[in-house]
Design a protein around this ligand. Structure first.
Ligand code: ATP
Length: 309
């Protein structure tokens, strides 16, 4: 079942088109990531799908419902982590959670949620007294306290310290294990790789790719790179002749090779035949980071060219 359907979403702010044409769907129980450079239209997309902003064109459905015209029904099943919470300064952490929980039939256990997010000792603190990271954690707690079927998280862990980030990832995994569907906007490739079943890469208001994190990394077309120190002199010409090898360079006693296909297998088996050991062997695979840079480079390159003129 498709829990979220976004078809040809279009949104403009005055003359600026923030979202040109974005389409994707998210299946039940999936963790779906939205990645892209600053200003790509990620927040606008999730605001439209949460019903917080009207779209100018296209169709959005959440659990088969229109998030604008059937807003009340959607709200009961959708939790949204807002970047600006708009909470009154004087509201206490626990009061905010109790308020949000009261809108839902089967809310989460508030003390447990506070504990998970490291906010137990802030339970009686007023919203205005919280640090940036604590406000962020409260916003996450508010999004999930109603145990919604769909959770939208925008820059989930931005501004969080490494402990809080890991605790937040565990929380998202717990929510997913309970069957919820999660959409998360993120700038952290590590976060996308760890949490997301699939990711959409958005650039300048358009979808560039939708794939698994590993599939996307593979699309970067990035060459593999390996470095090692040979234990004995090696025949460079023989290595260069391997079809998998594209370049060979020497840095002191270190050999650096780039190439494609099973580069590592081809090189190590040749070295083994020559009884050479590849010491300090390091292999760099294409990562989601590489894919991000390779697939979303266009807008920045155009920008630079314009600047140069
Ligand atoms: P970031 O990674 O920086 O958070 P984003 O991908 O979430 O970026 P959006 O916030 O959706 O991007 O913004 C997309 C475009 O729309 C940007 O050019 C932005 O300046 C513009 N924009 C966003 N919100 C508004 C608004 N309320 N009024 C006018 N323009 C806006």
């Amino acid at each position: 079942m498709k829990v979220i359907e976004v078809e040809h979403l279009h949104k403009r702010y005055g003359d600026d088109i923030a979202v040109h044409d974005v389409s994707f769907s998210v299946g039940e129980g999936e963790v779906f990531g939205i990645l892209g450079p600053n200003g790509a239209g990620k927040t606008t997309t999730v605001e439209c799908l949460s019903g917080l902003r009207p779209a100018d064109g296209g169709r959005v459905r959440v659990l088969g419902l229109d998030p604008r015209s059937e807003r009340a029904a959607v709200r009961r099943q959708l939790g949204v982590q807002l970047q600006e919470s708009g909470l009154p300064d004087r509201l206490r952490v626990r009061e905010a959670l109790e308020l949000f929980a009261s809108f839902h039939a089967d809310p989460a256990d508030i003390p447990e949620l506070l504990d998970r997010l490291g906010l137990s000792d802030k339970s009686a603190a007023r919203h205005k007294s919280l640090s940036g990271g604590q406000k962020q954690r409260l916003a996450i707690a508010l999004a999930v306290v109603g145990r919604p079927r769909v959770v939208v998280l925008d820059e989930l862990t931005t501004g969080l310290d490494p402990h809080a980030r890991r605790a937040t990832w565990d929380l998202v995994e717990q929510i997913r294990d309970q069957g919820a569907t999660v959409v998360l906007v993120t700038h952290f490739m590590e976060e996308a790789e760890r949490l997301c079943d699939r990711v959409a890469l958005i650039d300048a208001g358009r979808i560039v790719a939708v794939d698994t994190p590993a599939g996307l990394a593979g699309r970067a077309g990035q060459e593999q790179r390996m470095r090692f120190r040979p234990s004995a002199p090696l025949d460079e010409a023989e290595l260069r002749a391997l079809p998998e090898v594209t370049t060979l360079a020497r840095h002191g006693g270190q050999v650096e090779l780039t190439g494609t296909g099973d580069l590592v297998g081809a090189v190590t088996s040749l070295l083994a035949r020559r009884r050479i050991i590849a010491a300090d062997l390091r292999v760099d695979q294409a990562t989601l980071d590489d894919a991000f840079v390779a697939l979303t480079g266009g807008a920045h390159q155009t920008g630079r060219a314009d600047d140069a003129r």
